[in-house]
Design a protein around this ligand. Sequence first.
Ligand SMILES: Cc1cc2nc3c(=O)[nH]c(=O)nc-3n(C[C@H](O)[C@H](O)[C@H](O)COP(=O)(O)O)c2cc1C
Length: 336
Amino acid sequence: MSHQTPATDRPLTTALAEAAATAGHAPSVHNTQPWRWRVLPDALELRVVRDRQLTAADPEGRLLALSCGAALHHVRVALAAEGWTAVVERLSDPQQPDLLARLTGLDRSGADPDAMRLVQCMQVRHTDRRPVSDEPVPAEAIDDITRAADDEGSRLQILDADQVMELAATASHAGTVEAEDPQTREELQYWTHRAGTGTGLPPEVLPQDQPQTTVPARDFGSPGNLPVGPGHDKAAVYGLLYGDEDEPDSWLRAGEALSALWLTATRHGASVVPLSGVVEVPGTRQKLRQLLSGLGYPYLVLRIGLTDPAHAGPPHTPRLPAAQVVDTSAVRDQRA
Ligand SMILES: Cc1cc2nc3c(=O)[nH]c(=O)nc-3n(C[C@H](O)[C@H](O)[C@H](O)COP(=O)(O)O)c2cc1C
């Protein structure tokens, strides 16, 4: 008979290091994984890694912060699943601009079964860029996905048919602007040719041909190996993640909402694909603001749909090894 140490009997520093490693599953723009964790005796710190910022497509760091926010939500869920509660401080200290958040006040509680289910979703969630099937996403799933974003302090507006047509024209324009910009092209080339590094996008996850969809997906510049099949995006739902402010701390929060809604979608068997080109180009981001009738600031456009269950989707995109992302040097002697 095996005697496993109950999760809550393990030292706190081990739990923090493991949760930070689990957060490596979080989605990030171009799989840049622009975060680093520091485990302290009684706290966990999240820092941004600006070396992996998209300086051409994302000079303000909006998608950088969204990606870090997704990792922050993953860590919160991973800790809750292991029976830890934490106080999350989201920081904007001009003396330490790279320090984004600190989790303190860690205390034992019962393992949270909802969080345990979401951790399972983290392990299977991935970006499937194939066209969606003709099967609509159930209304109940859309309600849950929207609520998950709300609960994290951002909002998800589901676009109506006219707004989707406007989005299609806007996304097409953003694609043209980015294709004509040599620095954005070069940056895309860099992040799509990073085999074996644990970052970036391998050809296996990128479509062989540009899918024939109403709203154009991001054109990655060179074809991948992923067969796309005959589908369209007619049954897809398009949503706009937005909020009241357009500041780095609201982008971090929006990343937490993105993670929450994406894991909820995964639980419902729905696939989410972010379309960030429209947010990267200032003119098209302004158009999105008009779509919201000025009610808020757009953070990210999302396609939500069901993908073809009969054909295997893309493999998982590689990640950096935990040792490169989680710094345990301050607690090395305290870990089990
Ligand atoms: C802020 C953000 C923006 C993204 N933008 C796009 C996009 O425009 N097009 C796309 O196909 N995927 C986009 N993605 C998905 C990432 O490429 C994907 O999360 C990353 O490659 C890791 O792969 P995975 O989601 O399969 O784990 C985005 C993800 C995030 C978090």
